[in-house]
Write a protein that binds this ligand. Structure first.
Ligand code: ZN
Length: 294
């Protein structure tokens, strides 16, 4: 089973505007399918992409970025109930991941998380510190962590770079999660993007917090040799049982092929690297299947 743990839902003009996508991916001129989300039926389009990539299940994420964009710029907001409806229509292909803005209305956020998990069977919470302008160490976010622990779901943090201009870099560093892990040792955390470009910080985090995971979403943007070098370190320091396959939308139809061809690519490039089929299976689905109860 192949599981893509990092797919964003949303429809152009309804949940986000064109400028949002343009900013997100402008640093990558060779984005393979930047226009995928402009399709008339984005959900049918997403399923086509999953089919062509051989992905069985996608963890589809909500996002609420209304608070940082209050000036009529057109906010980016894919609500939890929209994600729940997509999962209800395609229960064999999607697993829902909820999102709350921890600083918008903390009491309502906790109620929303309850509803998402208990009524809509969502399996994780996504948080976006840089997009939503908060420090993960901020005590105002602690009630959200307490709720995550109570609901027994993992929390998936976007850490690392984004092309979005109004997303402060000071909230992107993986090390910001260390104090969260010290304070909430029972919380399961997934660090998105390996915290790129602060990959070593992410590795240190995972070496300390031995039950945490990381995903490789966005790495489809880079030459595969970058991925191979990162994976060598990851295996040595953390072990592949804690690495999760994820695409980030523009690479959802293409990244599995790159990923499954890593041994061949390493050979062609003269890099000493070999991953076993067993480890590939863990990263591509086994690890996520256990973590997200799929
Ligand atoms: Zn993402």
């Amino acid at each position: 089973m192949i599981v893509d743990v990092h797919v964003h839902l949303g429809e152009l003009g309804k949940h986000f505007q064109k400028w949002w996508m343009d900013e997100l991916y402008r640093g990558f001129p060779n984005v393979p399918d930047k226009n995928v989300r402009y399709r008339e039926d984005p959900i049918a389009g997403l399923i086509e992409d999953l089919d062509s990539a051989g992905v069985d299940v996608a963890c589809v994420m909500a996002s609420d970025h209304r608070r940082p964009y209050p000036y009529g710029t057109g906010s980016s907001y894919t609500p939890n109930d929209y994600v729940a409806e997509c999962v209800r229509r395609h229960p064999d292909r999607f697993v829902g991941v909820c999102n709350v803005d921890p600083l918008r209305d903390p009491h309502e956020a906790r109620r929303e998380m309850e509803k998402c998990v208990r009524d809509w069977d969502m399996r994780a919470l996504k948080l976006y510190p840089t997009y939503d302008h908060f420090d993960p160490r901020d005590e105002r976010v602690f009630p959200i962590y307490e709720k995550v622990i109570e609901l027994e779901i993992p929390v998936h943090f976007h850490m690392g770079y984004t092309g979005t201009v109004n997303a402060p870099m000071k909230y992107q560093f993986p090390h910001l999660l260390d104090e969260v892990g010290i304070r909430f040792p029972e919380m399961k955390v997934i660090v998105a993007h390996m915290g790129f470009p602060w990959v070593d910080e992410c590795l240190c985090l995972l070496m300390k917090h031995r039950h945490w995971y990381a995903d490789i979403a966005y790495w489809g943007a880079f030459p595969p040799t970058f991925l191979i070098e990162m994976m060598k370190k990851f295996d040595y320091m953390c072990g592949y049982h804690r690495l999760l396959y994820g695409s980030e939308n523009p690479w959802k139809a293409t990244f599995t092929k790159t990923f499954m061809g890593l041994n061949r690519i390493a050979e062609e490039e003269g890099i000493k690297f070999r991953i076993s089929d067993e480890d590939l299976k863990k990263i591509l689905g086994e690890n996520a299947r256990k973590l997200y109860r799929i």
